[in-house]
Design a protein around this ligand. Sequence first.
Ligand code: NDP
Length: 242
Amino acid sequence: MPATSSDVPARSVLVTGASRGIGRAIAERFVAAGDRVATLHRSGELPAGVLGVPGDVRDTASVDAAFSAVEAEHGPVEVVVANAGITRDGLLMRMSDEDFAAVLDTNLTGAFRVARRASTGMIRARRGRIVLISSVVGMYGGAGQANYAASKAGLVGLARSITRELGGRGITANVVAPGFIDTAMTQDLPEDVKARYLAAIPAGRWGQVEEIAGVVEFLASPAAAYISGAVIPVDGGLGMGH
Ligand code: NDP
């Protein structure tokens, strides 16, 4: 079994939605570290060295089947990253029930389905790392993003509850809260919104996907064994104090 650069034995890692953007960078990072990396994905091309398992985080049976497929190839999942997420922005008074529910179902309930399924093997192994990809918007709020912000704030309660339930079994659960990262999701924002955010970011630039991947890798590393229930902002200072 290959070892990582820090002599950590290769682990079975599952990242949801690694076809592009932040998830892709996270998967690539673990591959580079020598881990056995898989992704539950809906579409798109995957990075080299990543085992792709078709799935949809909105569907419990699909999540469970994807985990079983990964376990058959790579062994029980030791590190799981709930990254898959969507936006359906709109002003509160015009936001439909469907748009609210769809975002919650993917971003929050999807992460719950993934963490729940991962926890069974982690409890048995008495170790595991759960990382939930939230957003600065979860704490900061976002006009036109009531659904998205609520879903991303919910991840904090999820991670902290997992920490209280499973912290004694060698399992950590943490939240990474990216700011504005240069991906398809942010490229789709209206130009005036982008300009306003850029002006508010103390770092004066967008974040890069690799800057999220590095923090996720750290949270999965032995150095982070005593960090759990934390919210780690990676946002160039945009949300500080929240
Ligand atoms: P992208 O839109 O580039 O990628 C999202 C990924 O999630 C895609 O691979 C997509 O698959 C997958 N996905 C969406 N819905 C589902 C589903 N139901 N089942 C399985 N996979 C699904 O987003 P980013 O890389 O920008 O964002 C990744 C995460 O980071 C998200 O949770 C996002 O909220 C969060 N984030 C992003 C920020 C940013 O600035 N970009 C800032 C803060 C947080 P498919 O290709 O099939 O749609």
